[in-house]
Design a protein around this ligand. Structure first.
Ligand SMILES: [Fe+2]
Length: 421
């Protein structure tokens, strides 16, 4: 719709003389395309009912299976017994572990120690982002010595050799996109806490089975917060300093799905398979784009906040997104040719419910839209998890802008955090 609109404007204004000028169609086509790399992706099986392919996929990799699940999602989905009995009926020896919260080094160490020597041939994770990350980390830690902490970026000093047990990911939420990435996020919560990655190119799952029916029973609050995580990941990677033409295409497509389906999935998630499918696709794209283009300031805040407080990652993203992007737009508004503001205008038009004359009007409406979505989705405040004014300086000190296209001042960062107390 956006493309048609701009094309029409050009036709009306007579700017169609150059038959080879397609600049109104493509993003950044007017500039030389920079060099970029794109890594391997997991094999992807996407679609309604595709959970039925899990057993054959696991069996093709071996008959000793370690199955990691959440404490409730696999059973709430109504498909838990079916999945577990199908693995058993195929003659697979299944050991099961339950992941009840975001993985810590000690949790991964304990599980890995239990199965070292057990000749596990495939690790399967069925659950939310925490279960995906735990599965990825366990598959990487069973074959090596030492603690998970030793191999964590910015924490340990050992380099992981990349050996691992084949890993199959089947998400039950639409959020982190961890089923697409090469890192497992591990948290230690407390005064000296951190949220860091166990990362290696080999940690990309061998297979991701994404079945939107597995997400129908995801509770509304988790649908909202994990959906805002995917939204943040798409937007941050879209305007990232490291974005490339492939991530641009995927991120924009993912953002269109967020616009169309996030609220619907929140409001009618139990019955609306179309909305669940749209959000599953958006989350999957967000995992691919974050892995290749990197993230921005909201995720920069998520590291110290997730280390200091037991706050779900999606709550941090959903809570801070509106204010961080309002300041990002403010700081870029006087640079109309900046690639990030050009992209923010495109996104603003995607999310707009009205037609405006000026680009600035679209940007202002997008700022309002983010505030409105945060409210409609009932995203909790950070203070509900113990965050207080006195922690602001410490959080800012430990926050990285990552690949954010513009720097926010200390005052703006303070205001963003303060607005969610
Ligand atoms: Fe995230």
């Amino acid at each position: 719709m956006l493309i048609e609109t701009e094309a029409c404007v050009r036709r009306r204004s007579g700017k169609t003389a150059d038959l080879f000028d397609f600049s109104y169609i493509y993003i950044n086509i007017e500039t030389m395309i920079s060099s970029f790399q794109f890594s391997a992706l997991p094999e992807i099986i996407f679609g309604r009912g595709k959970r039925s392919e899990l057993t054959a996929a696991a069996a093709s990799r071996g008959n000793r299976v370690l199955l990691l699940t959440g404490s409730s999602s696999i059973h709430n989905s109504g498909h838990g017994d079916e999945i577990i009995s199908s693995l058993g009926q195929a003659g697979l020896q299944v050991s099961q572990e339950v992941i009840s919260h975001e993985p810590s080094p000690s949790m991964i160490d304990e599980i890995a120690a239990r199965y070292r020597g057990a000749e596990i041939q495939v690790v399967v994770a069925v659950g939310g982002g925490s279960v995906m990350d735990a599965g990825k980390a366990v598959s990487a830690m069973i074959p090596v010595e030492g603690s998970t902490k030793d191999y964590l970026e910015g924490v340990g000093d050992r380099e992981h050799p990349g050996v691992k047990i084949p890993f199959i990911a089947m998400p039950t939420t639409s959020g982190t996109g961890s089923e697409m990435t090469k890192n497992a996020v591990i948290s230690e919560v407390g005064e000296q806490g951190y949220k860091k990655s166990l990362r290696h190119n080999n940690f990309i799952p061998e297979l991701a089975i994404i079945d939107p029916e597995m997400m129908l029973s995801c509770p509304a609050r988790l649908t909202a917060t994990s959906g805002m995580d995917a939204f943040t990941q798409l937007l941050e990677s879209y305007i990232s300093k490291q974005a490339n033409p492939i991530t641009d295409a995927l991120a924009l497509q993912g953002l269109k799905h967020i616009k169309k389906y996030l609220l619907r999935a929140f409001l009618e998630g139990e019955n609306n398979l179309e909305a669940r499918s749209g959000m599953a696709l958006a989350a999957m794209f967000s995992g691919i784009t974050l892995a290749h283009a990197g993230l921005g300031l909201v995720h920069g805040f998520a590291s110290p906040l997730g280390g200091l407080f037991d706050i779900p990652h999606g709550v941090v993203c959903g809570s801070l997104m509106a204010q961080v992007f309002a300041f990002t737009i403010d700081n870029l508004i006087d640079q109309p040719d900046h690639p990030a503001i050009r992209k923010l205008i495109i996104v603003s038009k995607v999310f707009s419910d009205f037609k405006y004359k000026q680009e600035k009007e679209y940007l202002n409406a997008f700022k309002e839209k983010l505030i409105h979505m945060t409210s409609l989705l009932e995203i909790p405040r950070l203070s509900e998890y113990g965050f207080r004014e006195e922690y602001i300086p410490k959080v800012i000190e430990q926050t990285s802008h990552k690949f954010h296209p513009v720097t926010l001042t200390n005052e703006q960062m303070t205001e963003a955090l303060r607005s969610r107390i």
